[in-house]
Design a protein. Structure first.
Length: 525
């Protein structure tokens, strides 16, 4: 019989008292793999160490509440992979490495709910394509992470990091601050070293924003490079899964396992011949030297700390040999036009997912009714007006949908054309402002992110830490052409090497400033 999550957590606490605990804080993929190869510890011991940290940090202590469910088979999987390593060696860089998945990705043995109580008993019978890829790479799926319910596509007044199934996830840097979303749990968990790396998903900002606010590297790949099959959808034109980690090298290693041709994904054909054999080979500490980088300055001016950090980032890139060019990519109108696209595609996609899995509720209309019947549990803080607006839309053959998709894509591509106009290798924007205080009554109110243009166009974007504001992480996003993941990883790695901006979280309860220059969150420095 499978052990419960609570039972497994109790076992982990008891086990920790009986033996030496492996230090997993800030442990990277390469270092973990070297230790496993040298038999310094086993995959079982490494997995146990993460389970103990989840018990201590996520379930107790700061109670981040980022992991919504543990995989009861994780230790058994680790034993099997240890035995295989002894017999035939490691499969690759992720062999025996614990990974967390966002709770909208099908993984056998665990619930897949999108954070919704309506799907709290949905246990998929088949893995998502990316979950299969991870298992084939030898990764250990440690568990599932909380998210903004329905990937933040339920209400305009929603609170990121909250779901009716999982509750509220905290930002590990300052606990009363928001981790952003919708990949909130993955971001908070990986920032807090609850697994080596994690998988998020993005439609528009759902990897870039939480990675930025939680001091991580996060990659939103070109649409089609990573399969969407078996992932609860929002948008067939924009959705993608992507890697999240504490370093660019970790993100590159995880990306190797996630990419792959999936003939059931309609976007995969265009990506098939752009899959790189090993994204880690592009990492170069001197990658910025000789490159031309654009900076979208009209997007600045919303927050003084962000502007200061961006100026320092520009100085660092220039010192590393890059030429930085001011550009204007447009006013973000692609996001406004694309919203109708998302409403149409959400209805189409969620109806297909619910029907394919023979779920109850079995349609978007039935889900809206279910939520209304369980209003007290599902909607204590905000409603479901986005679900209702999506339900009012017609099929994907509607002229309104086709026109909105064509217009939003044209606007985004016009902004991306600045790459060719200025002969740029990439351009940069601020990923996020400082994390805001979580307010379940009023919802989110943070400074916007520089993710929309790549999200709408389906092209890659990658955020990397660039500094902080009173201990709250700030990220910078590199944006490039379709299938430019190798270039973005190289540039981000060069920037990471030049700045070393990431600081691990210290789980400060609240940011209380007693002067313009000093506050409790400065304790991490």
């Amino acid at each position: 019989m499978a052990r419960s999550t609570a039972g497994l957590a109790r076992e982990c606490i008891a086990a920790a008292a009986e033996r030496r605990v492996i230090d997993v804080v800030e442990l990277g993929v390469a270092d973990a793999q070297r230790a496993l190869d040298r038999r310094e510890y086993s995959s079982r011991e490494l997995t146990q160490a993460y389970l103990e940290r989840i018990a201590a940090i996520d379930r107790n202590g700061p109670t981040l509440n980022s992991v919504i469910e543990l995989n009861a088979a994780a230790l058994d999987d680790a034993d099997r992979l240890d035995a295989e390593r002894t017999r035939t060696g490691a499969r690759g860089p992720l062999h025996g490495i614990p990974v967390l998945l966002k709770d909208n990705i099908d993984a056998v043995g665990m619930v897949n709910s999108a954070g919704s109580l309506a799907l709290a008993h949905h246990r998929p019978t088949h893995d998502a394509f990316v979950a299969t890829r991870l298992r084939d790479a030898g990764a250990i799926i440690l568990g599932k992470t909380n998210l903004s319910e329905w990937a933040n596509f339920r209400s305009r007044r929603s609170t990121s990091g909250w779901s009716s199934r999982g509750g509220r996830t905290k930002n590990p840097y300052v606990l009363d601050r928001n981790p952003s979303g919708s990949s909130s749990g993955t971001a908070a968990a990986i920032a807090a070293s609850l697994a080596t790396v994690g998988v998020g998903t993005e439609t528009n900002g759902s990897i870039i924003s939480p990675a930025g606010l939680c001091g991580l590297v996060g990659l939103k790949p070109t649409v089609g490079l990573v399969s969407r099959s078996g992932i609860i959808p929002i948008s067939i034109s924009q959705d993608t899964a992507g890697p999240m980690g504490r370093t660019v090298a970790d993100v590159a290693a995880l990306l190797n396992a996630l990419v792959g041709f999936d003939r059931t994904d309609p976007a995969a054909a265009a990506a098939r011949h752009h899959i790189d054999a090993d994204y880690r080979t592009h990492l170069d500490a001197h990658a910025l030297d000789g490159k031309r980088i654009g900076i979208a300055r009209p997007s600045l001016g919303l927050n003084a700390a962000v502007d200061t950090a961006m100026e320092r980032a520009v100085a660092a890139m220039t010192a590393a040999g890059a030429t930085v060019v001011d550009i204007d990519i447009g006013d973000g109108s692609w996001n406004r036009v694309a919203f109708d696209v998302l409403l149409y595609e959400f209805k189409d996609g969620i109806n297909a997912y619910l029907a394919r899995n023979a779920l109850v509720p079995g349609s978007l209309a039935a889900l809206i009714e279910w939520n209304a019947r369980h209003r007290d549990a599902v909607m204590p803080w905000f409603g479901q007006e986005l679900l209702e607006r999506a339900q009012a839309k017609g099929p994907l053959t509607d002229r309104e949908y086709l026109d909105a998709r064509a217009k939003s894509l044209a606007l985004a591509r016009a902004g991306l054309a600045k790459l060719d106009e200025h002969r740029l290798d990439a351009f940069v924007q601020a990923s996020n402002g400082p994390a805001w205080v979580t307010d379940l009554l009023l919802g989110d109110y943070g400074v916007g992110v520089g993710a929309g243009i790549a999200a709408v166009a389906g092209t890659p974007s990658l955020t990397v830490p660039m500094g902080d504001s009173h201990g709250l992480p700030l990220g910078m996003t590199f944006i490039g052409r379709a299938f430019a993941e190798p270039m973005l990883l190289a540039l981000a790695h060069g920037f990471e090497c030049a700045t070393r901006a990431r600081r691990p979280p210290q789980f400060i309860p609240s940011l209380v400033l007693d002067s313009p220059t000093r506050g409790t969150a400065d304790a991490h420095r």
